[in-house]
Design a protein around this ligand. Structure first.
Ligand SMILES: [Zn+2]
Length: 126
C-alpha cells in the first residue's frame, strides 16, 4: 500500500534529493493516516542530516526536531506519517540500517540519485 501524495510533493522531494547530492537528503512526510492505515501526505519538511561523517551513506534526524514538529502539527490535525531520504549513487532499496530503524506504520520513501538526477523512487512500510 503506497501513500498518496501530489505531484507537487513528489517534485519537492526530488528537488531536495538533487540539492543534497552527493550527500543524502532526509525529511519528514506530514499528513493524515486513516483508520485503515492509508496515508495521505499533505506536506513535507526538509530535515537537516545530522549524521557526522559520511553523509553519503547515512542520515540522522534530531529527535528534538521531531518532537517540536509533532507539537506544531497536532493542533492542525496532522501528524508525521513517514520519512524520505535519498541514496546517492545507490539503488532505491532499503539498506540494512534503514531496515533496522524502520518504525512500523510509517512510510519510507527512498530516492536513488545517480549523477545528480533522481532515477528511481520507491516506498516501503514495515
Ligand atoms: Zn537509506
Amino acid at each position: 500500500m503506497m501513500a498518496k501524495y501530489s505531484k507537487n510533493i513528489y517534485e519537492q522531494m526530488v528537488l531536495a534529493a538533487k540539492k543534497a547530492y552527493p550527500n543524502e537528503c532526509c525529511g519528514i512526510l506530514v499528513g493524515k493516516k486513516s483508520e485503515q492505515s492509508e496515508i495521505e501526505v499533505t506536506e513535507i519538511r526538509e530535515a537537516e542530516n545530522q549524521f557526522q561523517g559520511q553523509k553519503a551513506v547515512h542520515f540522522k534526524i534530531d529527535p528534538l526536531y521531531l518532537y517540536h514538529l509533532e507539537q506544531e502539527l497536532d493542533p492542525r490535525g496532522l501528524e508525521i506519517v513517514g520519512i524520505y531520504h535519498s541514496h546517492p549513487d545507490c539503488p532505491a532499496i532499503l539498506s540494512k540500517e534503514d531496515e533496522k530503524y524502520m518504525v512500523p506504520g510509517l512510510e519510507y520513501v527512498i530516492m536513488s540519485v545517480q549523477n545528480g538526477e533522481v532515477v528511481d523512487v520507491k516506498s516501503y512500510r514495515k
